[in-house]
Design a binder for this molecule. Structure first.
Ligand code: F6R
Length: 237
């Protein structure tokens, strides 16, 4: 495990963007696994800038998002598809058919989960997985639980996650109660993982993730077992 500590949230975004851009320059047809949320906004901002400056192209990249809310159309402003269009997809040369995200609006969600896993498999798995960290230790929407799911599945969001994500909605009651998320097995099979963690509110959970026991109650702790994990944080551990 490599831990990179940076000064602040802006430096985190810049460093993350350079890290990802370096991967793409080395392997232009990389398969990326991508997060949404507050943490990666800076990374997308600087990746877009690197693209605009002609320093990196996403023309041969394929990208799979980690998760999507159940019940929201991709056109819903709080859907993760809308987030990705606003911050990344719509601003770089990533082919529309190469930008994948689970469809939380499908009536047959089990079939949607299978479709998503098959698409990831056909792409040859994830090369570079970027992750954020939930306050309760979740990655993707793999919430603390007695067991962890291996592949893409529907998950009930915990009250803590609903509360944490209410800031993106008008009211907490509007936050969907379920999400589709990539499973822990798919995340762990990524060849390289970049975990982004920003803000002192996550200091305690980050210490548990990195130095605590590995267990399902802190899902991200399983990352300790990954052979190529980089942690990029503005938290002084
Ligand atoms: C979102 C995702 C989540 C977030 C986590 C942290 O796609 O996978 O695991 O990374 O909830 O969210 P922020 O960055 O908003 O604190």
């Amino acid at each position: 495990m490599e831990i990179i500590t940076v000064r602040d949230n802006q430096a985190l975004g810049q460093t993350a963007a350079r890290w990802v851009a370096r991967e793409i320059l080395t392997s232009p047809d990389s398969v990326l696994g991508l997060p949404t949320g507050g943490t990666p906004v800076g990374m997308y901002h600087y990746l877009v800038r690197l693209f605009q400056e002609g320093l990196v192209s996403f023309g041969a990249v394929r990208a799979f998002n980690l998760d999507e809310y159940v019940g929201l159309l991709p056109s819903h402003p709080q859907s993760y598809a809308a987030f990705m269009r606003e911050h990344f997809w719509g601003k770089v040369d990533l082919a529309p058919e190469a930008a994948e995200i689970p469809r939380g609006d499908r009536t047959d969600l089990a079939a949607e989960c299978r479709r998503y896993d098959q698409a990831i498999e056909r792409a040859g798995g994830i090369d570079v997985q970027v992750l954020g960290l939930g306050l309760n230790g979740h990655i993707g929407f793999n919430e603390p639980s007695h067991n962890l799911e291996v592949r893409t599945h529907v998950v009930d969001l915990t009250p803590a996650t609903i509360q944490a994500n209410a800031r993106f909605f008008n009211r907490e009651a509007e936050v969907p109660r379920q999400a589709i998320t990539m499973g822990i097995g798919t995340i762990m099979q990524a060849r390289r993982i970049l975990l982004l963690v920003s803000g002192d509110a996550k200091a305690d959970i980050l210490r548990k993730v990195l130095y605590g026991p590995v267990g399902t109650e802190v899902p991200a702790s399983i990352l300790q077992l990954h052979g190529d994990l980089t942690v990029l944080t503005d938290i002084k551990l």
